[in-house]
Ligand binder design. Structure first.
Ligand SMILES: [Zn+2]
Length: 399
């Protein structure tokens, strides 16, 4: 067994939760995983730090200019898998180990990072660590969610979060991650080079009809809010299937008054639409609003719509994408370019520094579950590609 696969198994024991893994921000489980990582960074001779936001950083300070930052996260969703995040952190560790063994002299510094609270499981925050790292703070919101109390209980100081900003000393960010979708496995491809993180747009919708007797009201004159909602669900699904460059999901739906013999008077639901490319993203508003208006008109329903979130797509750096593709080809891996439907720390970093990601296949596309699995040979191949890319970056002077 390679050191990488052995370490993945080792790390999965920390915060083991039945057959999954639970490690949340500012909990003893994540602190233990951080200690485990710090010991390994230390053994490789790096300068280590847990910064003010709980990010674990190992610095190989050699050469000049900005650092190459490599990593991912060690926090998880409740009963999450063993690979999401951990693979990227342990592969970053592996990069340092390989370069040390080869005796490579760095022209610029190399840093390993495990960002805190990527998943945001505990406070529905998400990417708090990387956001603090780049100075993109939302202190009021985080305080409202109780992050300050959790931080003091864990020995951290909420007021010092701004001190975690270190992005100004970084010139490039690389992250290896599991795909968390089925595309690579279905295509039989080893490595996905991520072109960008999909843009996400969300709505809350209320369709208003008329509650009435289910037996006495003739079908032709009903104003059935659920029938309208069902048409919206199917219309968005058909359009997304037809186009192939967007996703659409209705994940929450409530119907009132909710009687088996009552025509649904009101249907409230959420819409989550996403697109990887900017052009596709900019078409999402029209798609959703036109669909809603058409159905509401046909079904004679009242319509109320409010936007819940809007995050445009984040393109990743094309030069670093090419570097990863070349490194993959050298390692004998098959490659395709693909957007990421899920958010990642790379999305936060990409706003400030050139950032890129590579994916390895997820068995049956499953993640955020104990069933999450990536074959050892794909973990190792992804790690070898990452090491090659890192080697190329750190043996050239940094800007
Ligand atoms: Zn992740």
């Amino acid at each position: 067994m390679s050191s990488l696969v052995a370490e993945l198994e080792d790390a999965a024991r920390i915060g083991a939760d039945e057959d999954g893994v639970s490690r949340f921000a500012w909990t003893p489980e994540l602190a233990q995983a951080n200690e485990w990582l710090l010991a390994r960074l230390d053994a490789l001779g790096l300068e280590t730090e847990v910064d003010a936001a709980g990010n674990v950083i190992g610095r190989w300070e050699e050469g000049e200019g900005t650092a190459v930052l490599v990593g991912s996260h060690l926090d998880t969703v409740p009963r999450g898998g063993r690979f999401d995040g951990a693979l990227g952190v342990l592969s970053a560790l592996e990069s340092v180990r390989s370069l040390r063994q080869e005796g490579v002299a760095l022209k610029r510094p190399l840093w390993v990072v495990s960002f805190n609270d990527e998943e945001g499981s505990r406070f529905q925050t998400g990417m708090l660590g990387s956001r603090a790292f780049v100075g993109d703070l939302d202190l009021d919101d985080w305080r409202k969610r109780g992050v300050d109390a959790a931080m003091s209980a864990a020995g951290f100081d909420f007021e010092r979060l701004p001190e975690a900003r270190a992005v100004d000393r970084v010139g490039a960010y690389l992250e290896l991650h599991i795909e968390q979708g089925p595309v690579l496995e279905q295509k039989g491809i080893d490595i996905g080079i991520v072109t960008g993180i999909a843009g996400m747009l969300g709505f809350r919708v209320r369709l208003i009809g008329e509650a009435n007797h289910a037996g006495t009201t003739p079908m032709a004159v009903r104003r059935d809010a659920l029938a309208g909602a069902a048409r919206v669900v199917l219309a968005l699904r058909e359009e997304a299937l037809k186009r192939g460059d967007i996703t659409a999901n209705v994940g929450v739906l409530t119907v009132t008054p909710g009687g088996f013999n009552v025509i649904p008077g009101v249907a409230e639901f959420t819409i989550d639409v996403r697109a990887g490319e900017p052009d596709a993203f900019s078409s999402l508003d029209d798609l959703v609003l036109e669909t809603l208006e058409r159905v509401a008109g046909d079904e004679q329903l009242g319509l109320e719509v409010s936007e819940t979130h809007r995050k445009p797509p984040t393109p990743l750096d094309s030069g670093l994408q090419d570097l990863l593709a070349e490194s993959a080809a050298e390692a004998g891996a098959s490659v395709c370019r693909m957007p990421s439907g899920a958010g990642h720390d790379a999305m936060v970093l990409a706003k400030r520094v050139p950032a890129a990601m590579l994916f390895v296949p997820s068995r049956r596309g499953i993640s955020h579950s104990p069933e999450e699995f990536t074959a050892p040979e794909h973990c190792e191949l992804g790690s070898r590609v990452l090491v090659r890319a890192v080697r190329r970056l750190v043996t050239k002077p940094g800007g």
